[in-house]
Design a binder for this molecule. Sequence first.
Ligand code: AMP
Ligand code: ZN
Length: 114
Amino acid sequence: MENCLFCKIANGDIPSNKAYEDDTVLSFHDIEPQAPVHVLIVPKKHYTSIMDIGASDAALLSHMIEVAQQLARELNISDDGFRLVVNTGENGGQSVPHLHIHLLGGRKFGWPAG
Ligand code: AMP
Ligand code: ZN
C-alpha cells in the first residue's frame, strides 16, 4: 500500500535493521526499543490491523508466531520469557497502521499494561 511505512520497509524502500526475512514475513529491530530485545514481526502483505485477519490468513498468522518463537530462541529470551503485543487502533496505542507483532524481552514487564 502506498504511503505505508511498513510496506516501504517490507519492499526495501526504507532500510531497517533486519532480524529475519522470508517470502511472506519480515522482522526488524524497533527504532525506539522499549526493552533490551524489541523486534517487530510484520507480514509483507498490507493488513491495517489484526481486525483485517480472517480464516484464510490462519497460515500466515501461525507462521508469524513461529517466527516469533524462532527469534525468541535466537535472541536468548525464550528461557526467561517475553511478551508478544499487537496494539490495535487508537485505544490500543497502534501508531503504525500495518499489522505487526512486537516481541519484547530481556527485562520483566508489569501487568496490567499501562
Ligand atoms: P505501534 O505503536 O504498536 O503501532 O508500533 C509501531 C512501532 O514501530 C513503534 O514501536 C515504533 O518505535 C516502531 N517504528 C516506527 N518507525 C520505525 C522504523 N522506521 N523502523 C523500525 N521501527 C519503527
Ligand atoms: Zn502496509
